[in-house]
Write a protein that binds this ligand. Structure first.
Ligand code: ZN
Ligand code: ZN
Length: 208
């Protein structure tokens, strides 16, 4: 575990004292990294430490307080219930943090789920399958691809030419299912006319 232990309060004797499950404080240095957004936590910004008891020792994993509110509000709520900050530390109202969480949830809900298809708004996007440009106003199909990101795999959406969809679906890192593909595409393209949809399907051709 690289940097999880570096910011344990110096007055804490880890051997004898039991660390609280949470700690909210102003960052003592700019050395810690937020586990949520992976960015540096600047000195004096509020951060929340979530205690991790691992095989290499016990320590806090840090998050920007705002990032934690957006992504793991339960922890922030628990930290507030336990008043996990020292006297004199000024923390925002929990209701303010709750708003951040709600906005993040809404953003997530608004995000279009793949697969879906749309006309390319510009001639700048490239097909991730063949690496060729997708011409402006022509159809592109958006699929999920699994990528490694900081040692974790996650899905990212990629633009694909209709004619390249079959090849992309057959590739190892494509995480859009071939089974039920057409139904899923139809479900997510509800705004399109039957004509448009037929045109897209024609462009995609046979999947098997
Ligand atoms: Zn962050
Ligand atoms: Zn292509």
């Amino acid at each position: 575990m690289p940097d999880s232990n570096e910011d344990i309060p110096s007055e804490t004797n880890v051997e004898e004292e039991v660390l609280a499950p949470y700690l909210i404080e102003a960052a003592r240095s700019s050395r810690s990294k937020c586990r949520t957004c992976k960015r540096k936590i600047e000195k004096d910004l509020l951060r929340i430490g979530i205690l991790l008891e691992g095989p290499y020792g016990t320590g806090y994993l840090w998050h920007h307080l705002n990032c934690a509110a957006r992504r793991r509000f339960e922890d922030v709520e628990a930290a507030y219930e336990q008043v996990s900050w020292a006297e004199g530390v000024e923390v925002p109202e929990l209701a303010e943090l709750k708003k951040l969480q709600e906005a993040a949830e809404k953003k997530k809900a608004d995000k279009q789920e793949s697969p879906w298809a749309e006309r390319a708004k510009s001639g700048r996007s490239k097909c991730k399958n063949c690496e060729e440009v997708i011409e402006k106003e022509t159809w592109r199909v958006i699929l999920d691809r699994e990528v490694e990101f900081f040692g974790q795999s996650r899905n990212t959406q990629v633009n694909i030419h209709p004619a390249c969809v079959a090849a992309e679906l057959a590739s190892d890192d494509c995480s859009t299912e071939v089974d039920g593909f057409e139904e899923a595409l139809r479900e997510n393209c509800r705004g399109l006319s039957e004509e448009d949809f037929a045109e897209i399907l024609k462009g995609i051709g046979e999947l098997y």
